[in-house]
Every structure is written in C-alpha cells, then in structure tokens.
Design a protein around this ligand. Structure first.
Ligand SMILES: NC(=O)C1=CN([C@@H]2O[C@H](COP(=O)(O)OP(=O)(O)OC[C@H]3O[C@@H](n4cnc5c(N)ncnc54)[C@H](O)[C@@H]3O)[C@@H](O)[C@H]2O)C=CC1
Ligand SMILES: O=C([O-])CC(=O)C(=O)O
Length: 384
C-alpha cells in the first residue's frame, strides 16, 4: 500500500546540519522521493516524504507470463511484498521465488473455498496485474479468446472491487480491447470505478516498435521511442512512425512492412511457438516495465510517460483524444503517470500524417466493435 507521510521540522539553522539534496532518485526506495533542506534566513526546514510498503499482486501468476513477470517483480527493490494468485500451482511458484535473496516477501494463494484465496491475495494490494487467461494458438485471433477470458477477467475484477478497490489495475489478458471495458463495467457496477487507475497494458507494442524500427533504420534498439496508439490487436495497433524519437526516417519501400510487423508481431510468436502459446517472456518484460513505471511514480518520481489503453472520458486530457477518435471511449495513448495512476493522457494524434490517418480510420472501426462487445458482455449479467 502506498502511503505518503510528510514530516516537517522547522527550527534554528545550525551550520552543523548538512545541506543535502536528493533531487530525483531517493537513496533507498523506502525513503523519500525528495528530502529537502531549505534555508530561510536562519531557519531550516526539512521535509521528508516517507512512502511505505508496496504490495503488488499477480493474478495468473503460474502462467507463461505470470511466472517471469512475478520473478521480475520479486527482485525489484521497489516491491515489499508480492502476492501471487492462480487457480493452479501458486504454492510451487511461491516457494521457488521465496528462495531468492531479494527484499520482497512472497505470498502465494489458490482460490480455496468461497474466494478466500482471492480475498487474501488482494487485501492490501496497491497494484494488481492480471495476465490470467488462455493464450492464442496458430490460426486464432485475440477475439477468439473472448469466450473464456471475458469471464475470467470479470470475476477477477469483481475481486478487485471487493478486496482492494483503490488498487491500480493492469489488464494483460486478451483481448485487451474488450477485457478492459469488461473490468471497467464490473468496477462501475460495484461503484468503485476510478478511470485513472485502470490500464490495458499495451507496452509490448511499444517495445516491439522500438526493436523493429531499429532493425530497419539501424541504431540502438533501446533508444527509439515510438508512440503506438489505438488498441492491442492487428489493425487497431497504430504506430505513429512520423513521431519516432530520436527522429528517424523510414524508407518508403519499407514502411508498409514495418507497420505490418508492429501490428502483427504477436502472430510471429504464436506461429513460432507452434501451439505452445503466445508471447510470454517479452510480455513479462513489457508488463514489468509498466508496473515498474507505476511503482516509481508511486515513490514520487515525476515525468514518467508510458503507453496504456484507458477510459478516455474519465482521465485528464482524455476528452481531447476522444473528440479526434470519433467518440471512442477506450484508446491507447502515451500516459503521464503519477502515484494515483493517470496524471494526463497525451495526444499525439493531431501530428499524425496522411498515411497514419488512414491507419487510424481502420483502427477506429475495429476498436468500436471490440469495446461494445466487452461492455455488452457485462450488460447481460451481474458480476456481483
Ligand atoms: N497484453 C498483451 O500485450 C499480451 C497479452 N497476452 C495475454 O495474456 C494472457 C495469458 O497468457 P499466458 O501467460 O501465455 O497464458 P498461460 O496459459 O500460460 O497462463 C495463464 C494463467 O492464468 C491462469 N488462470 C486461468 N484462469 C484463472 C483465474 N480465474 N484466476 C487466476 N488465474 C487463472 C492459468 O491457470 C494460467 O496459469 C493471454 O490471454 C494472452 O493472450 C499475451 C501476450 C501479450
Ligand atoms: O499475440 C498474442 O496473442 C499475444 C499478444 O497479445 C501479443 O503478443 O501481442
């Protein structure tokens, strides 16, 4: 649970008191993001922002994504306690991770009777990451996963609503374009929906875009930042290659293939795994990157921007995006993050070129149906 506590001391300035500044990186994650010593005449003021423990939970922790993602969280110095939940194998995964000499305490839960396991896993959590659900096999679309994963996400979101309604919720389970609206509808039904705290994780699209751009343009794969907007499946994934930073020009004869590879990168992995699932390791990396960004923002770090699929009408800056995307309620854009989730949705769309505007038109069409399907799924039943 992230708690901020401010300790202020005002007293006589003594030269014996050292003047120290920790502008952005605190000496220990537990300690403040800022420790300020300010001199005003003869008085000095010390302001310490103490941030207490962080307890993320991974729901689906025994899976292909869940295990490596849990490993990354378990060894993060920003995590105090990691709670693992799955319908199978969490005692084993938990025992294994608990032997690592990292600072995080590991707790592991199975459902147990009357959702008791889910309640224990979620109570006191500040971040909930959800990679629970089935992955694709060759020949399937992400939408083909809806039938099974919609119900899984509905039930887990209801658990969040009951046991940790203030948590930041990161949805990885596909189809993200529909599972995020499902989670939102469940949280609304329980009257605990805070749009600034719900995210569809689209980081893998941005990770892939950086890699594939470097493959075409050369240069350091870690340096390219590519805004990827829209949703998370096929043509709803729209890379804005005219806005790559640092700026790079993609040869026109390579543009279509590059865009296609970013949009359908997931298929490459599904095909290569040949029935054994979809991206897990790259997704664990991408999911951790997003969770870590939130953990850092929770510790007071500012200026963090990561992509995410959010509920536009409920987040600062979202309405400007919504006007451009034909009224769609959910859309991924780069998001500025703070301790309570979304600080602001950025809007790279006005700078899209003609080529990208055509991609966006196709994206809107696809997303519209995906969003409606998620919303209607909850409309037909109660999650309570
Ligand atoms: N957002 C994204 O960019 C990406 C999303 N995905 C999606 O992530 C999901 C998981 O993928 P994998 O880890 O490869 O699948 P997996 O099958 O290896 O693992 C899924 C885990 O979820 C668990 N699970 C099922 N029902 C559950 C429930 N009700 N409560 C808790 N746990 C439950 C399973 O027992 C399993 O351990 C899939 O839907 C996949 O399509 C995959 C890659 C990228
Ligand atoms: O392709 C899939 O089914 C998994 C996924 O979302 C991705 O790799 O981007």
């Amino acid at each position: 649970m992230v708690k901020a506590c401010t300790f202020a001391f005002v007293g006589k300035w003594s030269p014996a008191i050292p003047t120290r500044r920790y502008p952005s990186a605190p000496p220990q994650p537990h300690l403040a993001s800022q420790i300020r010593w300010e001199r005003e005449g003869l008085a000095c003021e010390t302001s310490i922002n103490l941030i207490s423990s962080s307890r993320p939970s991974v729901l689906g922790a025994s899976g292909g994504i869940g295990q490596p993602l849990s490993l990354l969280l378990a060894i993060s110095p920003l995590v105090d306690e990691l709670s693992l939940y799955d319908v199978v194998n969490t005692p084993g995964v938990g025992a294994d991770l608990s032997h690592i000499n990292a600072r995080a305490k590991i707790t592991a839960y199975l459902p147990g009777p009357d959702s008791a396991g889910l309640e224990k896993a979620l109570t006191g959590c500040d971040i909930v990451v959800i990679p629970a659900g089935i992955p694709r096999k060759p020949g399937m679309t992400r939408d083909d996963l809806f039938k099974i994963n919609a119900g899984i996400v509905r039930d887990l979101a209801a658990g969040v609503a009951k046991f940790c309604p203030k948590a930041l919720v990161l949805i990885i389970s596909n189809p993200v374009n529909s599972t995020v609206p499902i989670a939102a509808e469940v949280l609304k039904e329980h009257k605990v929906f805070d749009p600034t705290r719900l995210f569809g994780v689209t980081s893998l699209d941005v990770v892939r875009a950086s890699t594939f751009v470097a493959d075409v343009a050369g240069g350091d794969r870690t340096k390219y930042k590519v805004p990827v907007v829209g949703g998370h499946s096929g043509e709803t994934i729209v890379p804005l290659l005219s806005q790559i930073s640092p700026s790079v020009s993609i040869p026109s004869d390579k543009l279509d293939a590059l865009v296609n590879r970013i949009q359908f990168g997931g298929d490459e992995v599904v095909k290569a795994k040949d029935g054994a699932g979809s991206a897990t390791l790259s997704m664990a990396y991408a999911g951790f990157r997003f969770a870590e960004a939130l953990l850092k923002a929770g510790q007071g770090e500012t200026g963090i921007v990561e992509p995410a699929y959010v509920y536009l009408p409920g987040v600062p800056g979202g309405k400007e995006v919504q006007e451009i995307v034909g009224g769609l309620e959910y859309f991924a854009v780069p998001i500025e993050l703070g301790p309570n989730g979304v600080v602001k949705a950025t809007n790279p769309l006005p700078n899209a070129n003609e080529y990208e505007k055509k991609l966006l038109e196709k994206c809107y069409e696809g997303l519209k149906g995906n969003i409606a399907k998620g919303v209607e799924f909850i409309g037909t039943q109660s999650s309570k």
